[in-house]
Write a protein that binds this ligand. Sequence first.
Ligand code: GLY
Length: 404
Amino acid sequence: MKVKYLSILVTIIITSLGLPCFSQSISYLKPQAPLLNTIKHNRDDAGKQYEFMAGKLAPGQFPRSYNPVTDKFIASNSGWWCSGFYAGTLLNLYELGHDEALLAEASRSMDSLAKEQYNTHTHDLGFMMYCSFGNAYRLNPKPEYKQILVNSAKSLSTRFNPKVGCIKSWDSKPSDFLVIIDNMMNLELLFWATKETGDSSFYKIAITHANTTMKNHYRADYSSYHVVNYNAQTGEVLQRKTAQGYADESAWARGQVWGLYGFTVMYRETKDKKYLDQAQHIAEFILNHPNLPVDKIPFWDFNAPNIPGALRDASAGAIMASALLELCRYADKKDAITYFNTAQTIIKTLSSPEYKAAPGANGGFILKHSVGHLPQKSEVDVPLTYADYYFVEAMARYKQFSAK
Ligand code: GLY
């Protein structure tokens, strides 16, 4: 037991020396000059798109999607799981181009978002608060941002059940304890909280959740189920199923890339090799899948019935690119080059007119063609705020490989 806590403490000390340093280049991973140039254009276009989008938002509203058929802009309130992506995208665009108007709009949006720090009815506080206030604190470590993030981590932790070993995802019947693979993305906030406060309870919740997920969400081929339902009293697995995928036994594309990203973060934050192995196994499943198109933008589900006629999910492509641009830093040379080249292909594909909207179109969103919840016929083949967020993050990560 003592050894376990000592190792946690050592990891905390090591990782608290700074946020992951992505600014170093790796000699064999060389960004292409024309793609860097495209990224510069994308950044300028995206800045203009987001300024256009800002004009559509009433106070207290957050961009969610846009219906290209009816030309209807769709906004949400601050409680929607995507409410932090707008500020996060603005902040990352600001970092890429230093346009003060983007920074001011991010700050305005975060003023309406801050109250969610006390929301204990969602597992999505990592998405909502870390993508917004986490980026804001990274760029400008103000004490008020820190307090909001610590309170958010505390709210998220209230959903952890030690019997199950997981944070509860969705509230439903009292007999259910539903955990979705997406929840891996909320753990980064907890690692941050332990580094900032020295309270290891956040860290312990994050690794327990990840270990339980690794054990129960994954199939032998390293594809993942979307939803696992547990007995909250015993921790026994009651059901493995889907909500947003094609079928219980299918591989819903965004779920696969949430896991890829999540276990890559787990390795960054703990340096425990089992998480690196898990992330690389997931990458292997995705990259070797016969249904992954050559342009690397996944169909919305790897087992969708009408492939190759099925819809693509740009958001899954963007999340995958960003995850691979981190994973390539931890992998050996051969795998690293594969991950880097795949991410490069995704950024190129998403930068093409097929996916990237013309300025002034698409409700101000950067990317077209994402799939939110196809079984519910909701957000099908539309722009989505998180596709934009992870596309901008991927471009920023790619650019860092050119840093001296
Ligand atoms: N539940 C988050 C997603 O749709 O990926």
